[in-house]
Design a protein around this ligand. Structure first.
Ligand SMILES: [Fe+2]
Length: 257
C-alpha cells in the first residue's frame, strides 16, 4: 500500500510496507510491493492536477465505443479459438468479453414488451457464441442453475439484479455433475449487485452456479454465452437457503427432476 501523493512515489520507493511487517491481525507482508508510475504517466497526472494544457498525443483511443455488431465481430474468432485450445484461459477470455461489453454503443434496443417475469431475446447467434438480452420484471427471480460446459458474462443495461454465485464443493469426476436427487454442498462465493455498466461472470470451473434476482425496478441485461460442446446447457437446482456447519457460506443443494 502507498499512502503518499503520486509525485512522492519515485522519491520514496520504500514508503510502503516492509518485508515481514505485520499490518493487521495475522496479516504479514511477505514481499514488498511498490507502485511505480512511468515518467509519462506521472507527467499526465501532474498536468491533470495543475490544470496545465498541452497538445494531447495523437493516438487512437483503445477504449473507444464500438457498435454491438463490431463487438460480436471481435468476439466470434476469440470464442472459436477458445474451443480449440487444450487448456483455454477462460478467465482472460471472460475479461475480454467484459471489456468489449463496456464499449458497446449504442446498447441494442429492447425487442418489445412482455407480461412474463423474464423474457430472453437472442441478439446474436453464432455458436459457440450466443448473446441474449434478458428483461426481468421487478422482483423476478432466475432460480439457482448451473452452466454445464459453458461460460457467461452478464452486463447490466438498466435496473439492477442481485447475483449470487456458488461453487460445487463436493468433489466430482472431471466434467461430471452430481447425480440427480443426490444432495451435495455448494459454497456461496460472491453476492453483489449488477447495475447499469457492471458485470458478473462465471466460467466452467469458477462459480458455475448462480441465482439472479431483479430489484424493485426490474432489470435489462446483456448475457454473452460461450458453449464448449453440444451438451452444454443449464439445469435448475433446489437448495436450502440456510447455511449449515461452521462455514456460513455452505448450503445443501441437489439437482431435481
Ligand atoms: Fe445463468
Amino acid at each position: 500500500m502507498f499512502f503518499g501523493r503520486v509525485e512522492e512515489i519515485d522519491d520514496t520507493p520504500s514508503a510502503d510496507h516492509a518485508e515481514g511487517e505485520v499490518i493487521g491481525d495475522g496479516v504479514r507482508i511477505r514481499r514488498r510491493q511498490v507502485l511505480r508510475f512511468s515518467a509519462a504517466a506521472g507527467a499526465v497526472a501532474l498536468l491533470a492536477r495543475t490544470g496545465e494544457t498541452r497538445e494531447p498525443p495523437k493516438v487512437a483511443d483503445p477504449f473507444a465505443p464500438l457498435t454491438f455488431e463490431k463487438v460480436v465481430e471481435q468476439l466470434r474468432p476469440l470464442a472459436g479459438v477458445l474451443l480449440t485450445l487444450d487448456q483455454p484461459n477462460e478467465e482472460a477470455y471472460l475479461h475480454t468479453v467484459a471489456a468489449l461489453l463496456h464499449r458497446v454503443q449504442p446498447i441494442p434496443a429492447s425487442s418489445g414488451k412482455s407480461s412474463r417475469p423474464m423474457k430472453m431475446s437472442a441478439l446474436a447467434r453464432h455458436r459457440p457464441l450466443v448473446v441474449y438480452e434478458i428483461d426481468l420484471k421487478p422482483g423476478a427471480k432466475i432460480r439457482l442453475h448451473d452452466h454445464h460446459d459453458y461460460n457467461g458474462v452478464i452486463y447490466g443495461v438498466e435496473g439492477a439484479v442481485e447475483v449470487r454465485n456458488f461453487d460445487i464443493v463436493t468433489p466430482q469426476k472431471k466434467g461430471r455433475s452430481p447425480d440427480r436427487d443426490k444432495e451435495f454442498d455448494i459454497r456461496e462465493t460472491t453476492r453483489g449487485l449488477v447495475t447499469a455498466g457492471r458485470v458478473s461472470s462465471l466460467s466452467r470451473r469458477r462459480e458455475n452456479l448462480h441465482e439472479v434476482v431483479a430489484g424493485k425496478d426490474g432489470a435489462r441485461l446483456i448475457d454473452v454465452f460461450t458453449f464448449f460442446s453440444k451438451e452444454a446447457r443449464s439445469r435448475y437446482l433446489e437448495f436450502d437457503d440456510k447455511p449449515h456447519g461452521k462455514d456460513k457460506r455452505l448450503y445443501r443443494a441437489a439437482y431435481k427432476r
